[in-house]
Design a protein around this ligand. Structure first.
Ligand code: DQA
Length: 146
């Protein structure tokens, strides 16, 4: 099973960025924990602050990987280009947010990418990534059993 976590803008600052909202754990710690726990899963990671680079990465992995865990950060709320890209690729994408975006500013309530994704996990802190990984494993299992 080959999965990738793709993080958008400002998520390279996890650990120091607004710790009351996003927690104190770094993405490196999170990745280490997930890689140790899911030994049968190859878990890649990519982060960019640039919309076009996120699109390039999605296109690059989106026809060969088994699943994509995408935290598009603020682009979630603005990017039709990311929406179109997720629709264009064949690998299922799970949208992730560390915070509960429905319990924050109004402008975070709308996700441009949600309709194109297989589903959304949000509000469970950094554990949202693990829950998304579980969701993708289950999705793949269900597809294999068809
Ligand atoms: C976020 C929520 C977004 O609204 C915000 O712009 C982020 C992080 C989250 O993980 O909670 O950068 O995606």
């Amino acid at each position: 099973m080959k999965l990738i976590i793709i993080n958008g803008p400002n998520l390279n600052l996890l650990g120091t960025r607004e710790p009351k909202i996003y927690g104190k754990e770094t993405m490196e710690d999170c990745l280490m924990r997930l890689r140790r726990k899911y030994l049968d899963t190859e878990l890649d990671y990519f982060q960019s602050n640039i919309e076009g680079e996120l699109i390039d990465k999605l296109q690059q992995v989106g026809f060969s990987f088994d699943g994509i865990i995408l935290n598009a950060g603020a682009y979630t709320h603005t990017s039709i280009a990311l929406h179109d890209c997720i629709r264009a690729i064949t690998t299922p994408v799970v949208e992730v947010h560390i915070s509960n975006v429905n319990d924050r500013e109004d402008y975070r309530r709308r996700s441009m990418i949600a309709p194109a994704c297989a589903g959304t996990i949000q509000g469970f802190g950094i554990d949202s990534y693990r829950l998304a990984l579980e969701a993708l494993l289950e999705l793949r299992k269900a597809e294999d059993e068809k």
